[in-house]
Design a protein around this ligand. Structure first.
Ligand code: BG6
Length: 486
């Protein structure tokens, strides 16, 4: 079913994200028939390009980032006809805003939806929102989508939010966190609340700890300018991993409406036990990779990947222990970990249930472990012990839950696909509300502060390993270990 007609204006249209994720996502939805034939995708950026030149860039990017079997020449050509380009300096109030205005006005109606997607440097978000408003580009049905990072700490996040908030009401601001677009992350909500058995066991009585890992094999990918000013805590933990944590830990929402859901998520963030910046070692480990091997290939150290091999204290790995100070979770550690140059690309949630009584079957039975694999190969597994066939009571372990859906027949949508169209449809449930971003920053900011004042920097870890020894030590102190760790 096609959605209502729309103009999708992308700021930062020549950037990596647009080329790698946003255009492919829109193309896929177009190929599936969800994008109406008179929709328009309007790229804007500083470079002086015309429609044709921009379409050529888009064509190259789509060929590069879509799978070969997704590219059908006729479809690609039809899609590119929806694409336009306006050269614009987002901050500059003169600029070529009139050009954008004229283009939008050339096909305007009350029903037509306008999405303004901001994928520029966040310093510009306030200015862009102001210009969009002052130049009269908003329609009755407009929304503004904000890419991460929203700020670099609580104070700057507030600035961005307030800057945009002056010109757009909160219910039209869509803060994107593409992890919420992942099928397996959304599935956590179904798993928890559609299975009464799990729902009853989802608390401190039954669960010993939770681990959330997002590991990547890539290093800097030429994003040194951004990444070195950010680091793993801001790049992955503040947003993606804390969002996954909220979904794992929230109370049952009264409905699946956007605000019901987000009310529960923000409660989790606000219940996170604050960390003491002077005593981070107890709860947080950080690392930076030195040279090593990933995928059988030697790779250089982080510092060698930086332009000019500048010295840097930026962390490329973080492991931490979070606690949620409420009746359901008090005392249950939530271990979060994310890093570049890990041994494999792997995102998963591990829910470790408590061990059983010793006796009947020998040793105390280890507790069951529910593993929610987010990527690659989305799946949910919960091994159970059953009796080994034959005499006696030997045990076998079998998998009780299965791959998510039927992966051989289903192509899971890329995380941006659903979200980009949700913004068109006006459904913000899977976007991050202002108070959520700010609560997440509030919790993360003392870590940044502690690091800033620390005498030492991140611990070294060899590329292609699961991070520094301090990450292991963090769990060992509570008698736990990381599920993947060799
Ligand atoms: C982005 C980070 O938000 O997420 C990147 O900026 C990271 O550094 C990426 O590589 C990971 O996303 P995914 O979907 O590949 O897990």
């Amino acid at each position: 079913e096609p959605v209502d007609s729309f103009d999708y204006v992308i700021f930062g249209a020549t950037g990596d994200l647009t080329m790698r994720k946003l255009l492919p996502a829109l193309y896929r939805r177009f190929a599936e028939g969800q994008v109406p034939a008179d929709a328009r995708i309007v790229g804007t950026a500083r470079s002086p390009l015309d429609d044709e030149a921009y379409r050529e860039r888009a064509r190259v990017a789509l060929r590069q980032h879509l799978r070969p079997d997704e590219i059908i020449d006729a479809t690609l050509n039809r899609f590119l006809r929806l694409v336009h380009y306006v050269s614009l300096n987002g901050a500059d109030s003169a600029g070529n805003w009139d050009g954008l205005k004229a283009l939008l006005a050339s096909n305007a109606s009350d029903e037509r939806i306008r999405v303004f997607y901001l994928a520029t440097s966040p310093d510009l978000y306030g200015d862009i929102a102001r210009n969009v408003a002052e130049k009269g580009l908003r329609s009755d049905r407009s929304r503004i989508v904000l890419e991460k990072p929203i700020g670099t700490d609580l104070e700057t996040a507030r600035k961005v939010n307030d800057g945009v908030g002056k010109h757009f009401p909160e219910n039209s601001i869509y803060r994107i966190d593409h992890y919420l677009g992942k099928e397996a992350v959304q599935n956590i909500i179904a798993l928890r609340f559609a299975n009464p058995m799990l729902e009853r066991m989802w608390d401190r009585e039954s669960i010993e700890y939770v681990q959330i890992t997002a590991a990547e094999t890539v290093g800097l990918e030429g994003r040194g300018g951004y990444y070195d000013g950010s680091g793993a805590l801001r790049d992955m933990i503040q947003n993606h991993l804390l969002q996954v944590l909220t979904v794992v830990a929230m109370e049952r929402p009264s409905s699946l409406d956007a605000d019901a859901l987000r009310d529960e998520k923000v409660r989790v963030l606000k219940s996170l036990k604050p960390l003491d910046p002077r005593n981070l070692g107890e709860n947080v480990a950080r690392g930076q990779y030195v040279q090593g091997n990933t995928g059988g290939k030697p790779v250089p150290a982080y510092r060698e990947e930086l332009p000019g091999e500048a010295p840097s204290n930026t962390e490329t790995f973080v492991a931490l222990k979070a606690e949620i100070d409420n009746a359901r979770w008090r005392g249950v550690p939530f271990y979060l970990r994310s890093g570049k140059r890990m041994p494999e690309k792997l995102t998963e949630v591990v829910v470790q249930f408590r061990a059983g009584e010793p006796g009947l079957f020998g040793e105390a039975r280890p507790g069951s472990r529910l593993v929610i694999r987010v990527q690659p190969n989305e799946s949910v597994t919960l091994p159970l012990f059953v009796k080994h066939p034959g005499n006696g009571f030997g045990l076998d372990e079998v998998d009780a839950l299965s791959p998510l859906g039927q992966p051989e027949r289903i192509r899971y949508r890329d995380s941006y696909e659903g979200l980009m169209l949700d913004a068109v449809k006006g459904s913000p449930a899977l976007f991050v509300r202002k108070d959520e971003t700010e609560a997440a920053w509030e919790w993360v900011t003392p870590i940044l502060e502690g690091w800033r004042n620390a005498a030492d920097g991140p611990d070294a870890y060899e590329a292609g390993t699961w991070g520094p020894e301090s990450a292991r030590e963090l769990l060992r102190r509570s008698g736990h270990r990381w599920v993947e760790d060799v």
